[in-house]
Design a protein around this ligand. Structure first.
Ligand SMILES: Cc1ccc([C@@H]2N[C@@H](C)[C@@H](O)[C@H]2O)cc1
Length: 449
């Protein structure tokens, strides 16, 4: 064990009510919106082949051009009530929204810089009406904040000289002031989602990241902050030098999903996912493959089956409207959740042996299990093999309990669920299992020799 002043201060999961709620979400929405949304990954008729919100680093866009884009930001179609309604219909339980991305443009009227929404033709605070609309719709709001800020003269990638350190100390104060504004202006928000914390300057600021987190949590008791904020005494991020997670949940799953429960290391976690291949801000042209609604539903099932949440990203245009592909995804996922959300909300890792037909989830606190089925075997029968002395007592198809699906015990353990001949819904479906754990002497089930 390595002695650390600024490593993890807690082992194991947070057990308070705010974190219990976070665990129940299942499905979230990310929204990336800012000056980059005005370009959509394109400049002078050419497309940037990287992530659209990173277009400022493309040498074809002069910094002076990019840094003045905000003077055109005037989203007359911005309608946070409509955004919240779309998210509500989709079945989303929490939103993560970009208050400031790496470019430094603030979507709230910050007093710490002139590079804010107040300096745009739109003038008005974007965040307040958004927080109100989503909170009113019953969706919790989390604020994305990029520590790295390309617009700030005191930002440093590394601390090589005394001058660097003096400048970066000013930058740390600026960062703390901005975060204080956000927590003070938007008291209904539940957490902060940090990004832009991978550079050496931040890795060398472990003590500051620790005191900043403690300051923010004192300012807002219950605040939820992932593992992407902190660095320990030695510059380790996410896990400290002793392998302990620094944060309320693991925030490393960006555009990737754990393969097995072992990969989760007993942490809470969520996966943030783009619908197109890469790129979070609005991109006029989606290159390559983008996820179909069924693919997104399968990612959702995968995440919840391994004890996490899936957060699907949307990148509205500069005018505040969404792409048709995103609206379709929201509608399709919403239609599926309307029937099957019992397998997603308030659910956790089931711990049953995974079968080829899909994923198990378990309702927290109950002996209720769910089968989220993507692949029906050629036999039309789904094998369920719970741990020994668990038996399945009832199987019900969500959305159509009349469909008679029969249950047959298997002599070598578990059950078959026989689907009606020619059964197909054309999309993933869910079977709810009521189960019982056999009590008694336990020798009812002869161990096979
Ligand atoms: C290498 C890399 C750095 C930053 C990112 C940012 N994190 C995502 C959540 C987006 O904000 C993206 O710009 C993505 C990849």
């Amino acid at each position: 064990k390595i002695e650390l002043q600024h490593g993890a201060h807690r082992t194991g999961k947070r057990t308070d009510a705010d974190m219990q709620t976070w665990r129940t979400y299942g499905l979230g929405q990310f929204i990336h919106w800012g000056a980059y949304s005005l370009l959509g990954g394109k400049y002078n008729g050419e497309y940037y082949n990287g992530a659209a919100e990173w277009i400022r680093v493309w040498n074809k866009v002069p910094n002076a051009v990019y840094d003045n884009l905000y003077k055109q930001f005037n989203p007359q179609q911005y309608n946070p009530t409509q955004w919240a309604a779309m998210a509500k219909q989709m079945g989303v339980k929490y939103l993560t929204f970009t208050t400031k991305h790496h470019d430094g443009f603030c979507l709230w009227p910050s007093k710490t810089t002139s590079y804010t929404i107040a300096g745009t033709p739109y003038k008005k605070d974007i965040i307040k009406p958004l927080v109100e609309a989503y909170t009113k719709a019953g969706i919790d709001v989390y604020l994305y904040f990029s520590v790295m800020d390309w617009s700030h003269p005191d930002w440093r990638y590394d601390l090589k000289t005394r001058e660097d350190t003096i400048a970066f100390d000013r930058f740390k104060k600026f960062t703390k002031d901005q975060l204080t504004e956000l927590l003070t202006l938007y008291p209904e928000t539940k957490g902060l989602w940090f990004d832009g914390t991978w550079d050496n300057s931040w890795k060398k600021s472990g003590a500051f990241t620790d005191s900043l987190e403690q300051y923010l949590k004192a300012l807002r008791p219950g605040l939820i902050i992932g593992s992407r904020l902190r660095a320990d005494d030695l510059g380790n991020r996410h896990n400290d030098a002793n392998g302990l997670l620094m944060g309320d949940y693991e925030q490393g799953w960006e555009r990737k999903i754990p393969k097995t429960y072992a990969d989760v290391h007993g942490n809470d976690w969520d996966c943030v996912m783009t619908i197109p291949e890469n790129g979070w801000g609005y991109q006029e042209k989606w290159l390559g493959h983008w996820k179909t609604s069924n693919e997104l539903i399968e990612m959702l099932a995968q995440c919840v089956s391994l004890g996490g949440n899936l957060v699907v990203n949307f990148g509205p245009k500069g005018d505040g409207s969404f792409r048709p592909e995103e609206m379709t995804a929201a509608k399709d996922i919403g239609a599926w959740m309307k029937i099957n959300s019992n397998a997603i909300y308030n659910c956790e890792y089931a711990g049953w042996e995974k079968q080829d037909w899909g994923y198990y989830t378990k309702r927290t606190g109950e002996n209720k299990y769910y089968m989220i089925v993507f692949n029906v075997p050629v036999s039309g029968s789904l094998k369920v093999q719970p741990p020994r002395n668990w038996t399945v007592t009832k199987a019900t198809l969500l959305g159509d309990a009349t469909k008679n699906i029969s249950l047959e015990k298997i002599d070598y353990g578990g059950s078959f669920i026989h689907l009606p001949k020619g059964f197909s819904t054309g999309k993933p479906f869910v079977i709810e299992l009521e189960t019982q754990k056999a009590t008694g002497t336990g020798n009812e089930q002869k161990a096979k020799t």
